[in-house]
Write a protein that binds this ligand. Structure first.
Ligand SMILES: CC(C)(COP(=O)(O)OP(=O)(O)OC[C@H]1O[C@@H](n2cnc3c(N)ncnc32)[C@H](O)[C@@H]1OP(=O)(O)O)[C@@H](O)C(=O)NCCC(=O)NCCS
Length: 205
């Protein structure tokens, strides 16, 4: 399934399922961007170099794909002008009377501040509230992460509160602000709203 494309300052943004053959571009970007990414991402065993090596992608891809097949996760690659530029993942999809999930994302440092993450969040949110049948989408962000706070504000998420010592990130239990949006709040959709605000344009397929 492909979502988009949307035209933003950085280029043409689209989302597609992650692929096994993303290994090279994924690893290259993540090894280059350690200082850009590590301080915001969950702690994990092993060195950054090992965890983000070419050979570590197949197991991560397989784990995400297996969750996706069970309907628990939607793992997308973000592309800009057709090239791999980051990831956006809808995780912990719970159905029944909760119908909720979280969204997480990163983009290559080479294309930041160009509207890519905001477009990706809007595309994914509209998808989960329509085709996906969810009611709530949430995102947790460290209060120090100004760019990510800005992404969620531009996309239309609402701040709900502070989770103390919520997540083990960069080697310590870090406070996180919780943001959320529910289906009642999306109106005609976050993408149309982004386009109306002049932050994105519809692009040709
Ligand atoms: C957070 C992240 C995904 C944003 O991606 P992006 O494509 O640059 O996002 P956008 O361009 O849509 O929006 C970023 C906004 O933050 C602003 N911004 C970026 N750096 C900033 C800074 N240091 N101080 C203040 N504002 C900043 C940009 O100007 C832009 O706002 P604007 O459109 O009002 O000018 C990217 O920086 C990233 O991958 N960071 C590392 C991983 C991460 O933090 N993931 C999220 C974890 S919750």
């Amino acid at each position: 399934m492909k979502l988009g494309p949307l035209q933003v300052a950085a280029g043409t943004v689209a989302l597609r399922p992650i692929r096994l053959r993303d290994a090279g571009e994924w690893s290259k970007a993540r090894l280059h961007d350690r200082s850009h990414l590590e301080k915001w991402e969950p702690s994990a065993p092993g060195s950054w170099a090992d965890r983000n090596a070419f050979l570590s992608w197949p197991s991560q891809w397989a784990a995400l794909r297996s969750l996706a097949r069970r309907g628990q996760c939607l793992p997308f690659a973000i592309t800009v002008d057709g090239a791999f530029a980051g990831q956006i993942t809808v995780g912990n999809v719970i159905r029944a009377s909760l119908r909720s999930a979280w969204v997480g994302y990163w983009v290559s440092s080479k294309i930041v501040r160009g509207g890519v993450a905001t477009a990706a969040v809007a595309l994914v949110a509209d998808h989960v509230f329509t085709v996906g049948g969810l009611h709530r989408l949430e995102a947790t962000v460290r209060p120090e992460n100004t760019p990510s706070l800005r992404v969620l504000a531009k996309a239309g998420f609402r701040e709900e509160g502070l989770f103390r010592r919520y997540l083990d990130v960069a080697g310590g239990w870090r406070d996180h602000l919780c943001f959320a949006i529910t289906s009642e709040e999306i109106g005609d959709g976050l993408v149309p709203r982004l386009v109306a605000s002049g932050r994105a344009e519809y692009a040709d397929h």
